[in-house]
Structure formats: C-alpha cells, structure tokens
Design a protein around this ligand. Structure first.
Ligand code: HEC
Ligand code: HEC
Length: 470
C-alpha cells in the first residue's frame, strides 16, 4: 500500500519543496527578500535555556519530519510536515506557503460551513489508489461551495520564533495592554475556550477560557493546542490525549472533503485515530508524543536576535526630545510637522505615527517561574500587543460561526520581530515590503497609515530601517 500511495504523493512533494523554498512566489517569480534579509543573524533557530541540546534536537527532528499516508497523513491535507511551511531564517520560521479559507455571511453573521468541513479548504488529497483488498479509493479535493460569498482568502504561514515566551504570559498582561490603549485604536483581548490544556499550567482546564494569542486571528490559546490543531488541519493526522483522566477527542476526527466522510479504509493508512494515547484511567494526563514534541520545539525556539541596540530600542519620546532640542515640539505637531530634522530616531518616528500603539515597543517580561519552562523574568520585545483590531478593508472577513461582520474584520497585530527574514507580509501575503504592508492598513490603523504616508522620504526610510532591525 505504501508504494502506491507514495507514487500519488510524489508530485505533491515537488510542489511543496518549491513553496517551502521561500524564494519562489505563486506566479513563479523570484521574490526579492525584504530589506536587510541578507543579514542573517547567527543565532536564529537556537533554543532558550530550559531544555537540553539533545531534547531540543529530538523535538526539532519531529517538527522537521514529513509523514506519509501510512503514518496517518490525509485523506486531505495542506502539507507533509510542519517544516514545509515554517522554514524562513531557520526551521520554525515563516514561509511563502498560503492556505485558503472561504465562508459566507447570512443575516449579518458569518457562516464557515462547519457542517461541510469548515472554512479551511485543504489544498491536497491522497488522490486515488487501490487498497490491499482490491477496492479503489478516490478522495476528492475540497472545493468552495457555490453558496460561498467570501472567496479564496489567503492565510500566510507565520514565524514561530519566541512564541514560548508569549505562551508564558498571563492573560492579565494582554488585558492590561488593551486597557492602556487609546480609545480609537484599542484592541480586544479575545478569550477562547481551551480545547487541549497545557498540562504544565495549573490554570488551564478543558473548557476553561484563556486569552487567544496564536494565529492571525488570535484564535488559539496555547502552543500545545495549536500543535494538535495543525497536525489535524494541515496534515490530516488525528490525535487523542488524556487530561486528568478525561479523554480529549477534539482533534481525533479525520478531515472530510466538503464534510463528506470517506470510507474508513480510504482515510489514510491507519485505521481509527492515527495517534492515540489510549484509555485515560487513574486520572492520567498524557499529551500524544508528536504533539508534545512539536510544542516543545516551539516553546523553546529562541526569539529572533535583535539588531537594534539597547539605546535604539529603549529610546522614549521624551529622551529623544531632550537629545534633539530643536524637535521638542515635533511630538505635538505629530506627523503633520515637518520631518526634515535628521535627529528623528526610528523609535520616535515609530511612536509618533502611531505604529507603537498596536506594535507596542513595551518590554514583555515572563513570570518568575513560567509554567512552560521557559526562562523566568526574561525580557523580550515582540512589537505586538497580540490583540485583535478592526482593520477595516484589510480584515479577512473570516470568522467563527455566528460572528458579526465587524468581528470578521478583526486581525491580531502581527509581531514585527524578525521581520527581516520574511519575503511576504500581511495575512494573505499581498505585501512584499514594509511600505506596502503599511499602505494596506485600514480601520483602526487608517490614521497611522496616513501619517506614515506623510513622512518625508528620509524619515520613512529611517522608520523602515528601524523595523527591519527588530
Ligand atoms: C501547509 C502549510 C503549513 C503546515 C504544514 C503547518 N503550518 Fe503552521 N501555519 C501555517 C499557516 C498558514 C499559519 C497561519 C494560520 C492562521 O492563523 O490561520 C500557521 C500558523 C502556525 C502557528 C501560529 C503562530 C502564530 O503566529 O501565532 C503555529 C504555532 C503553527 N503554525 C504550528 C505548526 C505546527 C506544529 C505544524 C505541524 C504539525 C504546522 N504548523 C504545520 C501553515 C502551515
Ligand atoms: C490599530 C493597530 C495597528 C496600527 C496602528 C499599526 N498596525 Fe501594523 N498591523 C496591525 C495588524 C492587525 C496587522 C496584521 C494585518 C493582517 O492581518 O494582514 C499588522 C501588520 C503589519 C505588518 C505586516 C507584518 C506581517 O507579519 O506580515 C507590518 C510591516 C506593519 N503592520 C507595520 C506597521 C507600521 C510601520 C505601522 C505604523 C505606520 C503600523 N503597522 C500600525 C495593526 C496595526
């Protein structure tokens, strides 16, 4: 069975190698890397303290490995391994891989066709093959239902560097950030239901609420759950877990093309749940091994090395004001003011035109003893509030069943750290430069984008340089 299946999969691998290679865009053109992309930091891909080299290597190998149908891949899927779509800069980075979603709006409410497999359209299928007992399996590709009104929305893969530090932050940190923002740009700390708790965190239980912080829509509360979600939705590999004696089957059902289940023998090479831990007797807590390894890799993956000096990074508006007395009134003049003054630092411009409201320059600091084992009291700068903002026309119009249209316009502030390793930007990859990304900002970020557009060329360049060094 294996040889028949791998014959079907071979052409898919070739396509994926191209898209994971990061330099080839959808139309086949060479993509020029973003400014400063050539300055590859030596430390990208390293691990934080809290895990041994060998443990991290094992976790990394799991993340890099590619599966076939005999290991549970399919019947429909987007990629063969996590590394296919997370590779820019180092394993765990972003890529040019785009996924596709669709949906419709009925009476002002979003409908993602949950009864027909949901808003994600998997782009690959195991295809057609002859089973061991001579039957023919033919798994169709998913298609957009004709009733869909929101079409073919792109979702770019994101970088995973430093996300264990973000996972370690308590909900209150994000909620406080939201409260500190001015009304016109205030973000929403979206709380979501925990489907797969991180066993290390005594506060997480099945069904408890936590501030969502992962994914373009901040829809996922922790990295363990994201790993199980990705294994299922990207690769079609189903898992079952135990949490305090309860069996967790939220990720145990094979994805069905357009919601039409394929016969069991055609799901993939494994009958039943692909990777199950089994009965959860005696209060057992056990996360399936692959999921645990993916989560460990992501948890300890170090943040991208910062090229900004401490001084560039920490510069406050008042400090730079004292440093350049001529521009003392520039902050009140705001972006309306003349910006010919060469003293305008990147950090100051960043704040003045309002980028820092959402892409906050605030230092994050992990708790003294983080539940997931990353270093305590560790300071980092992701340049995001991880909150949802109404981005107007830039919103992707995708939501969960029943979301208002306003809700579907909400996007998580994209973290800007390590942006120099990227070649495509924004949720659908439409931008190739920081300037293009800002131009597309709308809704709550429209004013900031306007101020950016009014900067003189030199200041705009300085601001872009500042961002490229985050
Ligand atoms: C086919 C491409 C593809 C594959 C394969 C893939 N991912 Fe992703 N990944 C994406 C995309 C696209 C997103 C953005 C998803 C979204 O927000 O809707 C993403 C986002 C993520 C995020 C959220 C990061 C953030 O910015 O908050 C995590 C965590 C993640 N992936 C982990 C994994 C793991 C673990 C695997 C393997 C089990 C995996 N991915 C396999 C494409 C992929
Ligand atoms: C109101 C909040 C807000 C403000 C203000 C804002 N942004 Fe954003 N930014 C976002 C959100 C949300 C996204 C994700 C957009 C998407 O989903 O495509 C984003 C995405 C980006 C990206 C793309 C990152 C990626 O990973 O693809 C860049 C670059 C960026 N912003 C730069 C800026 C700059 C520079 C400014 C100031 C001129 C600014 N932003 C102001 C919220 C904001």
């Amino acid at each position: 069975m294996r040889s028949v299946l791998s014959a079907t999969i071979t052409p898919i691998i070739l396509v994926l190698v191209q898209s994971a290679g990061c330099a080839v865009s959808q139309d086949g053109q060479e993509a020029p890397p973003l400014e400063l992309a050539a300055t590859v930091a030596a430390l990208i891909g390293d691990h934080l303290e809290g895990v041994s080299d060998s443990e991290f290597s094992a976790a990394k190998a799991a993340f890099a490995s590619r599966e076939d149908a005999d290991e549970g891949l399919g019947p429909i899927f987007n990629g063969l391994g996590c590394g296919d779509c997370h590779s820019q800069g180092a394993l765990g980075g972003a890529s040019e891989a785009l996924e596709r979603r669709f949906g419709r709006v009925v009476d002002g409410r979003f409908d993602g066709f949950d009864d027909r497999g949901g808003s994600l359209r998997q782009l690959q299928t195991l295809g057609e093959w002859v089973t061991g007992n001579g039957g023919v399996c033919s798994v169709p590709l998913e298609t957009e239902p004709p009733e869909a009104t929101v079409h073919d929305v792109g979702r770019l893969s994101t970088p995973l560097f430093g996300l264990g530090l973000v996972d370690a932050m308590p909900d209150s940190f994000f909620q406080d950030l939201a409260r500190s923002q001015s009304r016109s740009v205030r973000g929403t700390a979206r709380t979501v239901s925990v489907l797969l708790p991180d066993p290390g965190d005594p506060d997480q239980r099945v069904g408890s609420r936590r501030v969502g912080r992962f994914g373009w829509k901040a829809g996922v509360p922790n990295l363990v759950q994201f790993a199980a979600d990705a294994y299922l939705n990207e690769m079609g590999i189903t898992t079952q877990h135990c949490f305090r004696g309860q069996s967790i089957t939220a990720f145990a059902t094979e994805p069905a093309p357009n919601g039409v289940a394929v016969p069991i023998e055609c799901e993939d090479g494994l009958p039943g749940v692909d990777d199950a831990v089994g009965p959860c007797t005696d209060g057992l807590t056990e996360i399936q091994e692959d999921i645990e390894l993916f989560a460990k890799f992501m948890t300890f993956l170090a943040p991208p090395e910062r090229l900004l000096s401490e001084r560039e990074l920490q510069a406050t508006t008042s400090e730079t004001q004292t440093a350049s007395t001529q521009t003392a009134s520039a902050s009140t003049q705001g972006a309306r003011g003349d910006r010919n003054n060469t003293q305008n630092s990147g950090a100051r411009l960043f704040d003045d035109v309002g980028c820092g409201e959402c892409h906050t320059r605030r230092a994050f600091r992990t708790p003294a003893t983080p539940h997931n084992g990353v270093p305590g009291n560790f300071t980092f700068f992701p340049f995001s509030d991880f909150l949802l903002h109404d981005m107007g026309a830039l919103g992707d119009q995708i939501g969960n069943a029943g979301d208002s249209e306003a809700n579907t316009r909400r996007m998580r502030t994209a973290p800007l750290w390590g942006i120099r390793f990227r070649t495509l930007l924004l949720h659908d990859g439409r931008a190739r430069t920081i300037e293009q990304a800002v131009q597309a900002h709308s809704g709550q970020a429209a004013d900031s984008a306007r101020q950016f557009a009014r900067l003189n060329g030199q200041d705009r360049q300085r601001l872009v340089q500042f961002i490229s060094r985050m």
